[in-house]
Design a protein around this ligand. Sequence first.
Ligand SMILES: Nc1nc2c(ncn2[C@@H]2O[C@H](COP(=O)(O)OP(=O)(O)O[C@H]3O[C@H](CO)[C@@H](O)[C@H](O)[C@@H]3O)[C@@H](O)[C@H]2O)c(=O)[nH]1
Ligand SMILES: [Mg+2]
Length: 203
Amino acid sequence: MTAATSLSRNPRVRVTDVELVARAWHVLRRTTFEYQHRDGHWTTEQRETYDRGNGATVLLYDLRGGTVLLTRQFRYPVYVNDHPDGMFLETAAGLLDEDDAETAIRREAQEETGVRIGELQHVFDVYTSPGSVTERLHCYAAPYDPSARGEGGGIAAEGEDIEVVELPFTEALRMIGTGEIADAKTIMLLQWAALHGPFRDAD
Ligand SMILES: Nc1nc2c(ncn2[C@@H]2O[C@H](COP(=O)(O)OP(=O)(O)O[C@H]3O[C@H](CO)[C@@H](O)[C@H](O)[C@@H]3O)[C@@H](O)[C@H]2O)c(=O)[nH]1
Ligand SMILES: [Mg+2]
């Protein structure tokens, strides 16, 4: 279960049943709850939630070179939903597993991009798909040194095959407009970097 807090903290919500629908790679539950509408009347609702735990992601940037370091890998869920080839460009990311978010993102950045993160800035936490997926994604930014980067590539034994892609920051922003970058967390972090983050003063 993802929840770390009690489900009775909102007096307008009374959970009456939680049914396990499927426990496979991730967990699908169907929850029945009574919900009090704004006008005061109560109805009974059911919602399915897809629980795959929480995740963390990091925007790796090099201000001197004006670049960001992204990953490209095949993502079947986007391929099956009309992405041209499923080869998806994203900030390094991963599930927390048993770790706290900071530990997890340091581990994932190293595995996926070969970058050993030093200074790490927490940017925001977001719910990625609030109508159906429980995941809360912890978003970070960190500088990287292009000359001190290991190999990355992900864990082959887990079926990962991750290409590390270094892009000029301006090019990455342009690729949001063309649809070449279409991943929500990546778009949010790139736009944050332009508005409030490390590239806010760049031309
Ligand atoms: N066998 C099997 N492997 C799976 C399945 N689903 C995922 N995997 C594997 O599980 C591993 C998960 O790798 P992580 O790096 O921990 O996670 P991620 O897939 O990069 O990212 C997840 O977290 C991100 C941040 O929260 C999310 O953005 C992303 O959608 C995903 O949930 C990958 O090797 C992936 O191929 C599955 O159904 N079956
Ligand atoms: Mg990953």
